[in-house]
Every structure is written in structure tokens, then in C-alpha cells.
Design a protein around this ligand. Structure first.
Ligand code: ADP
Length: 494
């Protein structure tokens, strides 16, 4: 039984059967108690009636006993006997020495031994209307005895007994009814419970079928139908699964795009490389031409290895396999170093690079990666700024946050491109950047973003087309108490 439906039904059936048995037991005990109580009060009333009849006779001064036969001894008077014969049950009246003064017709039907046994039970029975069940000749009798408590009376106690057959029969009838109805009720309830559980779990089956149908990346566009009762557990399950499928769809699409873009980016330099090699190998090509072809091939190989390096970085980052060598890194010398490279690049591109603000600050990070990040931003700024433009680098340290901003007066990024610049392989102007000398692969900012996030920082961009862009990186600075600050100069460099 490995379905929840079956397990629920079994649990329900067990609980139901247990409850029914407990209920039946309580009902039987109550029914039996009720029947015996009724019988006891009936017998007690009769016993009291017998006693009252005799007492009234005594009170009126009438004789209660007569002695006809000296051997048999005294018996009750015929008048009283006639009165007592009205009571059809087992009636015994005992004199003060415990001998029978009167026995009813029912008692007379018993054999001697049974009669004697009933007499003994009468003598030993409690006398305060407390019933006693006695077994006489295979019959169960309920016996109630009453005593006179009168020393002048000629009788000591009377007892009335009645067979418990009727009371027992009522209980037996109840047991019989229960034995027929309870199993039927239980079976009907289990069938209903099984059907209801099946109904309740039908949506689960449909969810399972739907999820099974979404077997590969191509069917990830499918969604589970939202059930009517969207608020219940199954509704919430569908919503959660749909959200998960949506996330999977997004990451599958990104993965596919990434693979397609990577192959595409590799295809171009490979084609160029092939053409260059073919040119260099051509027997008709002049020596100078061959050298140019080989130089071009070398350039393409360098580009390809850059690309492969970047892809490897991102792949490792995705897998979380990229260990950062964290150490306290003083930002000021690092930025100065980046500025030096930027100045050389700027001179070549006729772009003025300046650093109007340089506040010292230390972060816990990977020196090499941080340098890569800053260089990325600065080279981008120079790359996308036409001749005569300027690039400004600022390093600030305020309230425990180090902020590096790189502002350029370059071509800027359109509002449509801006949200995508950190995506892998995204280039605002693909044709231009690929054909231009420094055209990148659109991976630099994706790597920059990964480096910033791995350092617990943020990266943001503000830009206006044809006006320029500002990239801002923030990072928490290391608590000066936690690590000694390396010597830094607070002088701003221009
Ligand atoms: P690339 O190697 O193409 O520069 P990046 O990931 O560094 O790749 O940048 C992605 C795209 O963002 C670039 O292709 C470019 O269109 C745009 N971009 C990045 N930096 C700047 C900038 N300073 N000014 C204008 N556009 C920029």
C-alpha cells in the first residue's frame, strides 16, 4: 500500500473501527445497567409490597401465621396467602428462625434442592433493596430481600426474585443488531472514505501527469493548470511548482543563449584564423603578405584565448568553484596602479584620464580580481569614449563603504540597453564592437558583476546616450580594528 489514498483509508478505517467498538461497548454496558436497574426496582417494589401486606395484617391485629401441622410448623394464613398469590414471581417469606412461612407458586415449581438453595440465598441476601444475581437450576435470578426489623413480628424477611432472561434478552438483541449494522456501517464508511480520498487526490495525480509531461528543456514553457481552490495546499503546490518551472525556463534559456553565443563568438575568430593560415600557406603569397596573415592569426588566437579565459571564469563562478584569495587589500595603491594603465590607454585613445578623489580604504578581497574589475570599468570607459573625451576615476570611503566610480563622457548607453549590459554576451552595439579593434565579447561586465557580488558589494550604472556613463562600485571596507591598515597616502592624484 504505497499510495497516500490507501494509507489514509486504512488509518480512517482503523480509527472508525476503534471508535465503533468503544461506542458499542459503552452502549452495551449502559443498556445492560439500565435493564438490570429496571428489573431491580420492579423486584424491590414487589418485595416491599409483600412486606407491606404482612405488616398491615399485623397492624390490624389479624393473625399472620397458622399452625395446621406440627411437623410442617407454622404457615401463613390462607387470607394472606390469597393476597400474596397475586404476585407471579418467586416469593419467599421466612419466619424468625429462617423457616419458610410462604413460598409462591413459582418457587413451588422448583425442585427441593433448588428451593433450598433459594432459601439459603434469601437468608444471606443484603436487605436494603440491593439486588443479587443468583443462579438457580441453570436460571439466573435477580433477588431482592427485605427485612422487617420488628422484633414482635412473626416474620424475619421476605425475598422476591425474577429471572433475568428479559434483561439479558434485550442486551443480546442489542448485540445482534450491532453485529449486523456495525460491519455494514464500517464497510460503507470505508468505501465512502476511499472514494472521497480518491477525489481529493485526483488533482495530485493530474499535477504528477503534468510535471511528467515537462520532461525536457523544450517543454518548460508549459505551466500547471491552477486548480479552482487556489488557496488550498494543492493550489499553493501548483503555484510553487509553476514558479519553479519558470525559474528553470529562465535559466535553461540563459544556458542555451550562452552556449549559442559562445559558439558564435568562437566561430568568427576561427574562420578568420583559418583564412589567415591558408593565406600564409599559399605558395603564391609574398613573404610580407605571409607575415601579415600570421600576425592577424596571432591576434585572433589571442582574442580566442581571452574569450575562453572569460568563459572559464564565469563557468567556475557559476559552479561556485572559484576560490577568492581573500586578504586585506588597500584600495588606494590598487586604484593608483589601475590609473597608470588607464593613463597609457587614454593617451593612445586621446582620452584624458583623471582621478580627482582618492580616499584610502581597505577591503577584504582578492587583489587580482579587484584589479580585473577596476581595469574592466576603466578600459570600457576609454573604449567607449571618442577622442577628446575624458574619463574620471573617484575612490571614496564613507561610513564603512568604499565607492569607486568611473565616469566618462563617451557614447553612453541607451535606456533600452541599460538593463542588459551586465548580461553575458550583451553588447549595446554588436556590429560596431565586434568589428572595432577593441571590440569585446560582452562578458567583461558580467565578470565584473560576479566579482563585485563575491565581495559582498554592488555595481550600478547611470548613462545617457551620447552624454556618457558612470559605473559605480560599492564594497564594505574592512573594520580597521580587525586588520591592520597598510600604509596609504590620502593625497588625491590627478
Ligand atoms: P565588451 O567586452 O563588449 O565591452 P562588457 O561586458 O564590458 O563587454 O560591456 C557590455 C556592453 O556594455 C558593451 O558592449 C557596451 O555596449 C556597453 N558598455 C559598457 N561600458 C560602457 C561605457 N562606459 N560606455 C558605453 N557603453 C558601455
Amino acid at each position: 500500500m504505497n499510495s497516500i489514498r490507501a494509507r489514509l483509508t486504512i488509518a480512517y478505517a482503523a480509527a472508525l473501527i476503534g471508535t465503533m467498538i468503544a461506542f458499542a461497548a459503552v452502549l452495551l454496558v449502559a443498556r445492560k445497567g439500565g435493564s438490570y436497574n429496571e428489573l431491580t426496582s420492579h423486584v424491590a417494589t414487589e418485595a416491599n409490597l409483600v412486606l407491606t401486606i404482612i405488616r398491615q395484617a399485623e397492624a390490624a391485629g389479624q393473625p399472620v401465621t397458622v399452625t395446621k401441622d406440627p411437623v410442617v410448623g407454622a404457615t401463613i394464613t390462607p387470607t394472606l396467602r390469597t393476597l400474596l398469590e397475586i404476585i407471579p414471581d418467586y416469593v419467599i417469606v421466612l419466619d424468625t428462625s429462617g423457616r419458610n412461612l410462604y413460598i409462591s407458586n413459582a418457587v413451588r415449581q422448583l425442585d427441593d434442592e433448588e428451593r433450598f438453595q433459594l432459601q439459603i440465598e434469601t437468608m444471606s441476601a443484603p436487605t436494603k433493596n440491593v439486588a443479587k444475581v443468583v443462579s438457580i437450576g441453570g436460571n439466573r435470578l435477580l433477588l431482592v430481600a427485605s427485612a422487617t426489623n420488628d422484633t414482635h413480628s412473626s416474620i424475619s424477611r421476605v425475598a422476591v426474585a425474577l429471572t433475568t432472561q428479559d434483561a439479558d434478552l434485550a442486551v443480546r438483541e442489542l448485540v445482534g443488531t450491532m453485529l449486523i449494522t456495525l460491519p455494514l456501517l464500517i464497510v460503507a464508511s470505508i468505501v465512502i472514505a476511499y472514494a472521497l480520498a480518491g477525489r481529493a487526490f485526483r488533482p495530485v495525480d493530474s499535477i504528477i501527469d503534468e510535471v511528467k509531461a515537462i520532461t525536457d528543456g523544450r517543454s518548460l514553457h508549459r505551466r500547471l493548470p491552477l486548480l479552482e481552490e487556489a488557496g488550498d495546499e494543492l493550489g499553493r503546490l501548483s503555484i510553487t511548482l509553476n514558479e519553479m518551472i519558470e525559474r528553470l525556463e529562465t535559466s535553461f534559456a540563459a544556458m542555451r543563449r550562452f552556449t549559442a553565443d559562445a559558439s558564435h563568438e568562437l566561430k568568427t575568430p576561427l574562420t578568420v584564423l583559418r583564412a589567415d593560415v591558408e593565406r600564409a600557406m599559399s605558395p603564391t603569397a609574398a613573404r610580407g603578405e605571409k607575415l601579415i596573415a600570421l600576425e592577424e592569426a596571432l591576434h585572433e588566437v589571442a582574442r580566442m584565448s581571452d574569450l575562453v579565459e572569460s568563459l572559464l571564469t564565469l563557468a567556475r563562478a557559476d559552479e561556485g568553484r572559484f576560490d577568492l584569495h581573500r586578504e586585506p587589500v588597500a584600495l588606494e595603491p590598487l586604484v593608483r596602479d589601475v590609473l597608470e594603465t588607464a593613463t597609457i590607454l587614454g593617451e593612445n585613445a586621446r582620452v584624458a584620464v583623471s582621478m580627482p578623489m582618492l580616499e584610502p580604504g581597505t577591503v577584504l578581497g582578492d587583489y587580482v580580481r579587484l584589479r580585473q574589475l577596476f581595469l574592466n570599468l576603466v578600459t570600457n570607459a576609454i573604449k567607449y569614449t571618442p577622442r577628446g573625451g575624458s574619463v574620471e576615476i573617484k575612490l571614496m570611503n564613507q561610513e564603512g563603504i568604499a565607492t569607486l566610480s568611473v565616469r566618462d563622457t563617451g557614447i553612453g548607453i541607451s535606456a533600452a540597453d541599460l538593463p542588459h549590459v551586465f548580461e553575458r554576451f550583451y553588447r549595446a552595439d554588436r556590429a560596431r564592437s565586434r568589428t572595432s579593434e577593441r571590440g569585446g565579447f560582452g562578458l567583461g561586465l558580467a565578470i565584473s558583476q560576479w566579482i563585485v557580488e563575491a565581495h559582498g558589494g554592488t555595481i550600478a550604472v547611470r548613462s545617457r546616450l551620447a552624454r556618457g556613463s558612470t559605473f559605480t562600485v560599492t564594497m564594505p571596507v574592512l573594520d580597521p580594528a580587525a586588520a591592520p591598515m597598510p600604509e596609504t597616502s590620502a593625497e588625491p592624484a590627478a
